[in-house]
Ligand binder design. Structure first.
Ligand SMILES: CC(C)(C)[C@H](NC(=O)Nc1cc(F)cc(F)c1)C(=O)N(CC(=O)NO)CC1CCCC1
Ligand SMILES: [Zn+2]
Length: 186
Protein backbone atom coordinates (compact mmCIF):
# COMPACT_ATOMS: atom_id res chain seq x y z
CA UNK A 1 0.00 0.00 0.00
CA UNK A 2 1.05 3.61 -0.54
CA UNK A 3 2.04 5.67 2.51
CA UNK A 4 3.65 9.12 2.78
CA UNK A 5 7.07 7.39 2.46
CA UNK A 6 6.18 6.49 -1.14
CA UNK A 7 5.32 10.09 -2.07
CA UNK A 8 8.32 11.88 -3.52
CA UNK A 9 8.88 15.52 -2.53
CA UNK A 10 9.83 18.64 -4.46
CA UNK A 11 13.42 18.46 -5.68
CA UNK A 12 12.95 14.87 -6.89
CA UNK A 13 13.51 15.00 -10.69
CA UNK A 14 10.49 12.80 -11.53
CA UNK A 15 8.21 15.68 -10.43
CA UNK A 16 9.66 17.81 -13.24
CA UNK A 17 9.38 15.19 -16.00
CA UNK A 18 6.61 14.91 -18.59
CA UNK A 19 5.00 11.52 -17.85
CA UNK A 20 4.55 8.79 -20.46
CA UNK A 21 1.25 7.81 -22.06
CA UNK A 22 -0.29 4.61 -20.69
CA UNK A 23 -0.85 1.86 -23.29
CA UNK A 24 -3.82 -0.51 -23.39
CA UNK A 25 -4.69 -3.20 -22.49
CA UNK A 26 -3.37 -2.14 -19.07
CA UNK A 27 -0.51 -4.17 -17.67
CA UNK A 28 -1.19 -5.86 -14.34
CA UNK A 29 1.33 -3.42 -12.86
CA UNK A 30 -0.52 -0.32 -14.14
CA UNK A 31 -3.81 -1.75 -12.88
CA UNK A 32 -2.22 -2.27 -9.44
CA UNK A 33 -0.74 1.26 -9.39
CA UNK A 34 -4.16 2.79 -10.15
CA UNK A 35 -5.86 0.74 -7.43
CA UNK A 36 -3.17 1.66 -4.86
CA UNK A 37 -3.43 5.36 -5.71
CA UNK A 38 -7.18 5.32 -5.09
CA UNK A 39 -6.69 3.25 -1.93
CA UNK A 40 -4.22 5.87 -0.65
CA UNK A 41 -6.75 8.68 -1.12
CA UNK A 42 -9.47 6.64 0.55
CA UNK A 43 -7.18 5.76 3.50
CA UNK A 44 -6.03 9.37 3.77
CA UNK A 45 -9.63 10.52 4.20
CA UNK A 46 -10.43 7.87 6.84
CA UNK A 47 -9.62 9.52 10.17
CA UNK A 48 -8.61 6.30 11.91
CA UNK A 49 -6.44 4.90 9.10
CA UNK A 50 -4.94 8.33 8.33
CA UNK A 51 -3.96 8.73 11.98
CA UNK A 52 -2.52 5.21 12.21
CA UNK A 53 -0.51 5.61 9.01
CA UNK A 54 0.19 9.34 9.48
CA UNK A 55 -1.33 10.25 6.11
CA UNK A 56 -2.16 13.81 4.90
CA UNK A 57 -5.81 13.90 3.77
CA UNK A 58 -5.57 13.95 0.00
CA UNK A 59 -8.16 14.64 -2.72
CA UNK A 60 -5.97 13.83 -5.70
CA UNK A 61 -2.76 12.01 -6.56
CA UNK A 62 -0.77 11.76 -9.81
CA UNK A 63 1.44 8.73 -10.57
CA UNK A 64 4.64 10.84 -10.83
CA UNK A 65 4.17 11.60 -7.11
CA UNK A 66 4.89 7.95 -6.34
CA UNK A 67 7.84 8.06 -8.74
CA UNK A 68 5.88 6.42 -11.59
CA UNK A 69 6.25 8.61 -14.67
CA UNK A 70 2.97 7.56 -16.29
CA UNK A 71 -0.14 9.58 -17.17
CA UNK A 72 -2.41 8.28 -14.41
CA UNK A 73 -4.30 10.43 -11.89
CA UNK A 74 -6.58 9.38 -9.03
CA UNK A 75 -9.30 11.72 -7.74
CA UNK A 76 -11.38 11.34 -4.60
CA UNK A 77 -13.29 14.53 -3.90
CA UNK A 78 -15.69 14.33 -0.96
CA UNK A 79 -19.30 15.35 -1.23
CA UNK A 80 -20.52 18.48 0.54
CA UNK A 81 -21.78 16.74 3.68
CA UNK A 82 -20.28 13.93 5.77
CA UNK A 83 -22.58 11.16 4.52
CA UNK A 84 -22.85 12.38 0.92
CA UNK A 85 -21.34 10.22 -1.84
CA UNK A 86 -18.06 11.60 -3.21
CA UNK A 87 -18.30 14.50 -5.65
CA UNK A 88 -15.80 12.60 -7.82
CA UNK A 89 -14.13 9.21 -7.33
CA UNK A 90 -12.22 8.23 -10.43
CA UNK A 91 -8.91 7.12 -11.89
CA UNK A 92 -8.15 8.76 -15.25
CA UNK A 93 -5.61 7.37 -17.72
CA UNK A 94 -4.04 9.75 -20.25
CA UNK A 95 -6.25 12.68 -19.14
CA UNK A 96 -6.16 15.74 -21.41
CA UNK A 97 -7.89 19.10 -21.16
CA UNK A 98 -9.55 19.40 -24.58
CA UNK A 99 -11.36 22.69 -23.97
CA UNK A 100 -11.83 25.22 -21.20
CA UNK A 101 -13.63 28.42 -20.23
CA UNK A 102 -12.07 31.80 -20.90
CA UNK A 103 -13.00 32.60 -17.32
CA UNK A 104 -10.38 31.82 -14.65
CA UNK A 105 -10.71 30.79 -11.02
CA UNK A 106 -8.54 30.17 -7.98
CA UNK A 107 -8.97 28.85 -4.44
CA UNK A 108 -9.27 31.60 -1.81
CA UNK A 109 -6.82 29.76 0.43
CA UNK A 110 -4.32 29.06 -2.33
CA UNK A 111 -3.05 25.51 -2.89
CA UNK A 112 -0.77 22.98 -1.27
CA UNK A 113 0.59 19.66 -2.50
CA UNK A 114 1.24 16.21 -1.07
CA UNK A 115 4.73 16.53 -2.56
CA UNK A 116 5.42 19.96 -1.00
CA UNK A 117 6.19 20.11 2.73
CA UNK A 118 5.90 23.87 3.06
CA UNK A 119 3.31 26.62 2.72
CA UNK A 120 3.55 28.57 -0.52
CA UNK A 121 1.10 31.47 -0.24
CA UNK A 122 -0.57 32.93 -3.29
CA UNK A 123 -3.44 32.55 -5.74
CA UNK A 124 -3.06 29.70 -8.27
CA UNK A 125 -5.12 30.94 -11.21
CA UNK A 126 -6.61 28.15 -13.31
CA UNK A 127 -9.48 27.65 -15.83
CA UNK A 128 -12.83 27.87 -14.01
CA UNK A 129 -14.42 25.20 -16.25
CA UNK A 130 -12.71 22.39 -18.21
CA UNK A 131 -13.60 19.53 -20.53
CA UNK A 132 -11.31 16.53 -19.97
CA UNK A 133 -10.88 13.56 -22.30
CA UNK A 134 -9.46 10.48 -20.55
CA UNK A 135 -9.42 6.71 -20.80
CA UNK A 136 -10.85 4.37 -18.16
CA UNK A 137 -9.21 1.10 -17.05
CA UNK A 138 -10.73 -0.65 -20.10
CA UNK A 139 -9.20 1.92 -22.45
CA UNK A 140 -12.59 3.44 -23.30
CA UNK A 141 -12.29 7.20 -23.93
CA UNK A 142 -14.66 9.47 -22.01
CA UNK A 143 -15.24 13.22 -21.99
CA UNK A 144 -16.27 15.00 -18.79
CA UNK A 145 -16.83 18.60 -17.84
CA UNK A 146 -15.82 20.00 -14.44
CA UNK A 147 -16.16 23.37 -12.72
CA UNK A 148 -15.35 24.92 -9.34
CA UNK A 149 -13.21 23.07 -6.81
CA UNK A 150 -13.32 19.83 -8.82
CA UNK A 151 -11.96 21.58 -11.91
CA UNK A 152 -9.13 23.02 -9.77
CA UNK A 153 -8.18 19.60 -8.39
CA UNK A 154 -8.24 17.97 -11.84
CA UNK A 155 -6.01 20.72 -13.27
CA UNK A 156 -3.61 20.41 -10.30
CA UNK A 157 -3.25 16.67 -10.99
CA UNK A 158 -2.88 16.98 -14.77
CA UNK A 159 -0.16 19.61 -14.12
CA UNK A 160 1.82 16.90 -12.28
CA UNK A 161 1.79 14.77 -15.48
CA UNK A 162 3.50 17.69 -17.25
CA UNK A 163 6.10 18.39 -14.53
CA UNK A 164 4.27 21.53 -13.35
CA UNK A 165 3.98 22.40 -9.62
CA UNK A 166 1.18 24.61 -8.27
CA UNK A 167 3.58 27.36 -7.24
CA UNK A 168 4.79 27.71 -10.85
CA UNK A 169 1.51 29.57 -11.39
CA UNK A 170 1.95 32.02 -8.48
CA UNK A 171 2.97 35.58 -9.35
CA UNK A 172 6.05 36.03 -7.15
CA UNK A 173 5.89 39.85 -7.32
CA UNK A 174 2.24 39.93 -6.22
CA UNK A 175 1.10 36.47 -5.03
CA UNK A 176 -2.48 37.60 -4.25
CA UNK A 177 -2.98 39.99 -7.12
CA UNK A 178 -5.58 38.73 -9.59
CA UNK A 179 -7.47 40.31 -12.43
CA UNK A 180 -10.94 41.47 -11.38
CA UNK A 181 -12.67 38.82 -13.51
CA UNK A 182 -11.00 35.86 -11.77
CA UNK A 183 -13.50 33.83 -9.69
CA UNK A 184 -12.21 33.34 -6.14
CA UNK A 185 -13.54 30.00 -4.83
CA UNK A 186 -14.20 29.84 -1.04
C1 LIG B 1 -2.05 18.95 -0.27
C2 LIG B 1 -3.35 18.75 0.47
C3 LIG B 1 -3.56 19.89 1.45
C4 LIG B 1 -3.29 17.43 1.22
C5 LIG B 1 -4.52 18.77 -0.52
N1 LIG B 1 -5.77 18.56 0.17
C6 LIG B 1 -6.67 19.57 0.21
O1 LIG B 1 -6.43 20.66 -0.35
N2 LIG B 1 -7.81 19.50 0.92
C7 LIG B 1 -8.63 18.42 1.16
C8 LIG B 1 -8.14 17.14 1.38
C9 LIG B 1 -9.07 16.12 1.58
F1 LIG B 1 -8.69 14.88 1.74
C10 LIG B 1 -10.42 16.37 1.58
C11 LIG B 1 -10.84 17.64 1.36
F2 LIG B 1 -12.14 17.87 1.34
C12 LIG B 1 -9.97 18.67 1.15
C13 LIG B 1 -4.40 17.72 -1.61
O2 LIG B 1 -4.75 16.58 -1.37
N3 LIG B 1 -3.91 18.11 -2.84
C14 LIG B 1 -3.71 17.07 -3.81
C15 LIG B 1 -2.29 17.00 -4.34
O3 LIG B 1 -1.32 17.47 -3.75
N4 LIG B 1 -2.20 16.41 -5.50
O4 LIG B 1 -1.04 16.30 -6.15
C16 LIG B 1 -3.63 19.49 -3.24
C17 LIG B 1 -4.94 20.21 -3.62
C18 LIG B 1 -4.63 21.69 -3.88
C19 LIG B 1 -5.68 22.14 -4.82
C20 LIG B 1 -6.11 20.95 -5.56
C21 LIG B 1 -5.58 19.73 -4.89
ZN1 LIG C 1 0.11 18.02 -5.91
Amino acid sequence: MITMDNIIREGHPTLRRSADLVTFPLSAEDRKIAAEMMEFLSNSQDEEIAEQLNLRAGVGLAAPQIDVSKRIVALLIPGEYEDDPPELAKVMFNPKIVSHSIESACLKGGEGCLSVDREVPGFVVRHSRITVAYQDAEGVTHKARYKGYTAIVVQHEIDHLNGVMFYDHINEQAPFAVADDVIIIE
